[in-house]
Design a protein around this ligand. Structure first.
Ligand code: NI
Length: 179
């Protein structure tokens, strides 16, 4: 298992729609494990394949709090099959946009169907932070970032700032992993 470098915005790999996974082979299984490890290390509560530079529909999520048992989900080809009418506002961060937080309104409750690591179809009902995290990660699979919910002017300002900070951010992460 290994830690993978996380792609930082702006990057065209974060703006591409991903392809469905056809088969959960060894390469996909390894990618799931590496993505979970990378997410826990960051630390974060969700990670999508494009954030590690891969163009496939795969996300990992774990919203368990520190000190709680881990509750990892690996979701292949996730699809939202139902959304509640109730909408709530939550503040979202993203490992690809360090220190950028955006208030976004999304459905409070969802149902999501996906293939699990054993290639079995699962359906999960989620609400609160878990629902929020799944919706955020599925957005990534369609090339959508949390800053895309902002006005163009705000988004461009943030991306320009990140673009300048990127070499420093990447050097900091590399240094942390080397030590
Ligand atoms: Ni994200």
């Amino acid at each position: 298992m290994s830690l993978l470098p996380i792609v930082i915005a702006p990057d065209r790999r974060l703006k591409t729609a991903c392809k469905p996974v056809e088969q959960i082979d060894d390469a996909i299984s390894t990618m799931m494990q590496n993505m979970l490890e990378t997410m826990y290390d960051a630390p974060g509560i969700g990670l999508a394949a494009p954030q590690i530079g891969s163009n496939v529909r795969l996300i990992v999520v774990d919203v368990a709090r520190e000190g709680q048992d881990k509750q990892p989900y690996c979701m292949v080809n996730p699809e939202i099959t139902w959304k509640s009418d109730e909408i709530i506002m939550m503040n979202e961060g993203c490992l690809s946009l360090p220190d950028i937080f955006v208030d976004i309104e999304r459905p409070e409750q969802i149902r999501v169907s996906f293939l699990d690591e054993k290639e079995e179809t699962q359906e999960l009902e989620a609400d609160g932070l878990l629902a929020r995290c799944i919706l955020h990660e599925i957005d990534h699979l369609d090339g959508v970032l949390h800053v895309d919910y902002l006005s163009r002017i705000k988004r461009e300002l943030i991306l320009r700032k990140l673009s300048k900070l990127k070499p420093t951010l990447m050097a900091e992460r590399a240094e942390r992993h080397a030590s």
